[in-house]
Design a protein around this ligand. Structure first.
Ligand SMILES: Nc1ncnc2c1ncn2[C@@H]1O[C@H](COP(=O)(O)OP(=O)(O)OP(=O)(O)O)[C@@H](O)[C@H]1O
Length: 589
């Protein structure tokens, strides 16, 4: 392996020259990772290393245990060496943004362990081989911005393919049905037609009847004309978008986007960020009976980002910092941004403040959170720990319970009783799972802005476990969700979570914001509800919108009683989450 790397380094000049070749063990060279049990190189990541020249035979091809090869953003040229086909363990191959040319060698299609391939932004030419059908594990295939020509092969064996792009090549003909699930942007900049949305249908030819033939010819002309017209418009729009993005001036958001505070990070990590920002890695995940335990994907400590779960969306710390971002809000725990990355990927980045645990503890804790996966919990995608910055990256969700209940722009009409009861069930199921992981596992900050919703109102609980990383909040009692016994917000019990969950139920039932109800006399939402129920005016607690829209009083009263027992002043009287979930499910059966 050492000889192969030296050979590569001699041929492809660039920062590999910085390799300390006097050290006989290549595993310590920058960008090289080894499996020490077999003493072989398994990863080679040299992104943006200024490499140029050709990749010779007997270099990469001799690294037969290689699993990840990333040479993106260099200036490598020439043909792909044919012995790349010897790297049969390869899972991830990223040659994006180089000057490789010629056809893809036929023995490349021996690499049937490949999960992710990116050849985008090169000068590859020739037909896209149907040999790709041999790569049956492939999930991602990016071939955009090359010179591929001919028709698209039917990639019917690639059942796991979920990201695909061949835009801006010289392809023609119809899009095979196996690729019909991908949208028009994956095919733009070619002469393709077919099922991909706005590309329009392919022209048909019917030679049976002369007069028909003439009129269908005319129709075909009109269709082709319109398709070309539409295509040109889309092309111009797409190019404009690309130019805008490359100028890093994303302006699609309604509020003014701001850039993530790059300078602070770069000031303390400038060389690290510049030298190594490659993060893609192999995924390992396994299912457990109730939820999903998600493997740590990448621990690229030189870059600093640590990824979890099926994080195939590629972004590095640099991508994150360079992305345009919209401030979603500032909470006790820090500022939350939505970052707009390439390929329409959006993520939410929480920039934590007042972190009060050691680096070791922070990493241990967040890695525990990253391993948690459940259909009602927002997954942690990645994190970053730096001296000045601590970031946690989440999936971006369309909205939150707090926005739909109390937001200015939304109408509560959509929030029918059925929807509210589904939200209650979803949140309860997520929390029950969290609590089932151990008696000390808690959320710590349940409130409606941390209950996120899909466009179909499926509920996901977010930000579990973060409270334990942050200094205790002295005015915590001022949040309307906090249980009366909580004195240290870092050390919230499961019973305190249940109190906060009960307050969420009351919020769903009353439509009132627990943070606004609280007043100087300490009257909070649970106290207000209990006082009204005591006076037997129960009906008056319900959101008038609910009363107006439906007649589900019996269920509403049952849920109200459950909410009241969850918000009992005495922690020991609050039912456990498993009972709560069961009772809610019974109510709505
Ligand atoms: N993953 C996400 N997707 C979409 N919106 C989110 C996501 N995470 C948070 N938000 C929204 O961003 C806004 C700001 O969130 P943030 O967590 O900073 O504030 P908070 O929830 O009010 O306070 P805290 O810091 O105590 O959690 C909230 O409206 C929240 O609903």
């Amino acid at each position: 392996d050492r000889a192969a790397l030296l050979y590569l380094s001699a041929a492809a000049r660039g920062r590999t020259l910085l390799w300390n070749t006097t050290n006989s063990n290549p595993c310590s060279w920058r960008g090289v990772t080894c499996d020490t049990t077999i003493n072989r190189v398994t990863e080679l990541r040299l992104p943006g290393y200024g490499l140029s020249g050709e990749m010779p035979l007997n270099s990469i091809g001799n690294l037969s245990e290689l699993r990840t090869l990333s040479l993106r953003r260099n200036s490598l040229s020439g043909f792909l060496p044919s012995d790349l086909g010897s790297c049969t363990e390869l899972r991830i191959l990223n040659l994006e943004s180089n000057n490789f040319s010629g056809a893809i060698p036929s023995n490349f299609f021996n690499l049937n362990n490949l999960l992710r391939v990116s050849f985008s932004g090169n000068r590859f030419s020739g037909e896209i081989s149907d040999g790709f059908n041999n790569l049956t594990m492939l999930k991602i295939l990016y071939l955009e911005n090359n010179n591929f020509s001919g028709s698209l092969p039917d990639l019917k064996n690639l059942s796991q393919l979920n990201q695909f792009n061949v835009s801006f090549n010289r392809l023609s003909g119809s899009i095979p049905s196996s690729l019909g699930k991908f949208l028009a942007p994956s095919f733009l900049g070619n002469s393709l037609c077919g099922p991909a949305g706005s590309l329009g249908p392919c022209p048909t030819n019917n030679p049976t009847n002369q007069s028909d033939k003439l009129s269908s010819g005319a129709i075909a002309g009109i269709v082709i004309g319109s398709v070309i017209g539409l295509f040109l418009v889309l092309l111009v729009l797409f190019m404009l978008l690309r130019i805008c993005r490359s100028e890093k001036s994303f302006r699609q958001v309604n509020v003014s986007p701001v850039r993530l505070p790059e300078n602070q990070l770069l000031s303390s990590h400038s060389t690290i960020v510049a030298e190594n920002h490659d993060i893609e890695n192999v995924v390992s995940s396994r299912k457990d009976t109730k939820g999903i335990v998600r493997g740590k994907v990448c621990d690229d400590r030189t870059d600093g980002m640590v990824f979890f779960g099926e994080s195939f969306e590629l972004f590095s710390l640099e991508d994150l910092l360079m992305a345009s971002a919209e401030v979603l809000g500032k909470g006790f725990f820090g500022t939350t941004y939505k970052a707009y990355l390439d390929r329409n990927v959006e993520v939410v980045v929480k920039r934590l403040k007042n972190v009060c645990v050691s680096e070791k503890e922070f990493r241990r804790k967040v890695e525990e959170l990253g391993a948690i996966g459940h259909g009602n919990l927002v997954p942690v995608r990645a994190y970053y720990y730096g001296r000045d910055e601590k970031l946690i990256v989440y999936d971006s969700m369309p909205t939150s319970l707090s926005a739909v209940l109390h937001g200015e722009k939304v109408s509560k009409e959509a929030l029918t009783w059925v929807i509210r009861s589904r939200i209650a069930q979803g949140v309860a199921t997520g929390l029950e799972y969290l609590h089932s992981l151990g008696p000390k596992v808690t959320h710590g900050n349940i409130k409606s802005s941390n209950i996120l919703l899909t466009e179909y109102y499926d509920a996901y609980v977010s930000e579990f476990g973060i409270a334990q990383l942050i200094s205790s909040i002295s005015n915590a009692k001022m949040t309307g969700y906090c249980a009366p016994e909580v004195t240290d917000t870092r050390n919230v019990s499961q019973e305190a979570d249940i109190y906060s969950f009960g307050t969420i139920l009351l919020e769903l039932l009353t439509g009132k914001n627990p943070n606004s109800v609280i007043n100087e006399e300490g009257i909070d939402l649970p106290k207000w509800v209990k006082s009204i129920v005591k006076e037997r005016w129960t009906i008056q607690v319900f959101d008038p919108e609910l009363i107006r829209l439906q007649n589900s009083e019996e269920q509403m009263v049952s849920l109200l009683h459950l909410a009241i027992s969850c918000t009992s002043h005495h922690p020991e009287r609050r039912p456990p989450m498993a009972d709560i979930t069961r009772r809610i499910k019974e109510m709505f059966r």
